[in-house]
Ligand binder design. Structure first.
Ligand code: SF4
Ligand code: SF4
Length: 86
């Protein structure tokens, strides 16, 4: 549970959302040990609301898997290469 739930703490996974992502398994993920919380991923994400959001507990960003459509834009623009496909 911990690996899948990272980045979605306190937010239960939902299924069946219309075209807002392909599921938690393939969504992009942020490595919190690399993230410098610059917010670029949130700025460039085409989803509305953006899939990356700030984790108030850690101060780092996380990707809400249900919103991620796996476009890769965030990973291409992250300055520290903290984002990879899950
Ligand atoms: S772009 Fe990279 S470093 Fe910046 S907030 Fe997103 S994951 Fe963190
Ligand atoms: S892969 Fe695309 S949809 Fe998913 S979080 Fe990154 S920018 Fe947003």
């Amino acid at each position: 549970m911990r690996a899948l739930a990272s980045g979605a703490r306190g937010r239960p996974f939902k299924s069946g959302l219309p075209d807002q992502g392909k599921g938690a398994n393939m969504a992009y993920k942020i490595d919190p040990t690399k993230c410098i919380a610059c917010g670029t991923c949130q700025s460039v994400c085409p989803q509305n609301p953006p899939a990356p959001e700030k984790d108030e507990e850690t101060g780092k960003f996380k990707i809400v898997p249900e919103r991620c459509k796996e476009c890769g834009t965030c990973a291409e623009n992250c300055p520290v290469e903290a984002i990879s496909k899950g």
